[in-house]
Design a protein around this ligand. Structure first.
Ligand code: MRU
Length: 365
């Protein structure tokens, strides 16, 4: 997607410098900072500190982390070490494990002398596939938006409420939840996006930043405004991303998604989740019982980042000194509240049978 007229992916390999470049998302929307990732420890820190974030982007970054390590030392021990370091960074988004498993399966059988080239090519492939998958999610999601638009008076926008940032910077390009929004906008279908702020990390500002750069009309709101808008007939659909879906169609996403789904259900508003197939954990059925929820630094709750009147980015404390705080980063929305899952292969109902209709290779023997 474009930033001030220049097309960017959210990560890219700089062949001249032989290093991965990322956009350090901690500074957005205030500063656009491009950063090289020179060591395995930097890869781990980039994921853990959320310089890169969003399930698909975490997976792609990890694949480049393995490639980096193979360029330094392509032994079996080094391959295992890369996996051990990277897998510990964030526990909830399954794309991390998916990417590391894929690297391991592809590289372990190779002779060490072949691993560096193969690992880099695999990281490129994972990134390119992510772009194409997300483009296809947009194609299928666009059909849904078109149908809603058909029932509206000419020029009336389709109003979509989203949560967190499932945008192009959370993937390699396009985004998952945002891909249908971008494609609808590009096709001339009027849309208006309600963007929830997404405390405590405020990923909603990233979504507002992206949409603004693409010219998509949007409004940035407090998280708690969503239910109110739904009660007053101002939301046509809810569309969110996913960090891990289960084979029965539960979806785990940024904390607060469940409350949006409850409000959508209460107001008869369709609630869709957009996800690439690497986000489905076919080993898990019951998301509430089985998906590990990341508990992040409590300082993310007690403090908030912003830009002061002098233009400097700073962090301020919002809670009383010493307040005990909690910070679960994700929640699970059970399948019964999910209208459909928009994947690269089409839209599935949130149940095992319909998901297997699209992904029959995951049928149990
Ligand atoms: O903690 P984050 O910012 O990595 O969480 C991101 C989300 O919850 C996204 O909605 C999800 O990863 C889908 S990104 C296409």
């Amino acid at each position: 997607m474009k930033v001030d007229g220049t097309h960017y992916r959210s990560l890219w390999y700089d062949h001249d410098e032989a290093v991965l470049k990322i956009i350090d998302q901690r500074w957005l929307p205030h500063k656009f900072v491009v950063q090289a990732v020179p060591t395995l420890e930097d890869y781990a820190a980039a994921i853990k500190e959320m310089r890169v974030r969003g399930a698909p982007l975490i997976g792609a970054t990890a694949a480049y982390g393995v490639a980096h390590q193979m360029g330094k030392d392509a032994s079996d021990a080094s391959l295992d070490h890369a996996r051990d370091v990277l897998i510990q960074t964030r526990p909830t988004a399954i794309n991390l494990k998916w990417a590391l498993d894929r690297c391991q399966a592809h590289l372990a059988p190779l002779a060490p002398s072949d691993r560096a080239t193969a690992a880099l090519q695999l990281a490129h492939d994972i990134s390119d596939e992510d772009v194409e998958i997300n483009r296809m999610i947009g194609v299928h999601g666009l059909d849904l938006i078109r149908k809603i638009a058909a029932d509206k008076a000419d020029g009336e926008p389709v109003r979509i409420l989203t949560h967190c940032n499932a945008g192009w910077i959370a993937t390699v390009d396009w985004g998952t939840a945002t891909s249908p929004m971008y494609q609808a906008h590009d096709a001339g279908i009027p849309v208006h996006i309600w963007v929830g702020e997404t405390r405590p990390r405020n990923q909603g500002v990233l979504t507002a930043w992206e949409l603004g750069h693409h010219g998509v009309p949007h409004t940035y709101l407090t998280d708690n405004a969503g239910g109110h808008l739904m009660q007053h007939g101002q939301v046509d659909m809810v569309l969110v991303g996913v960090d891990r879906a289960t084979r029965q169609g539960d979806i785990c996403n940024k904390i607060g998604t469940y409350l949006k789904a409850l409000a959508a259900h209460d107001n008869d508003i369709p609630f869709y989740a957009a996800l690439p197939s690497p986000t489905i954990d076919w080993t898990v059925r019951d998301g509430i019982a089985e998906i590990p929820i990341e508990e992040r630094d409590h300082r993310e709750t007690t403090h908030i980042w912003g830009r002061n009147d002098e233009g400097n980015v700073e962090q301020v404390q919002v809670s009383p000194d010493g307040t005990p705080a909690g910070n679960p980063a994700f929640d699970v929305t059970p399948a019964r509240l999910v209208t459909g899952l928009i994947t690269e292969r089409g839209i599935a109902k949130a149940n095992e049978e319909d998901m297997l209709r699209l992904f029959s290779e995951h049928r149990e023997a």
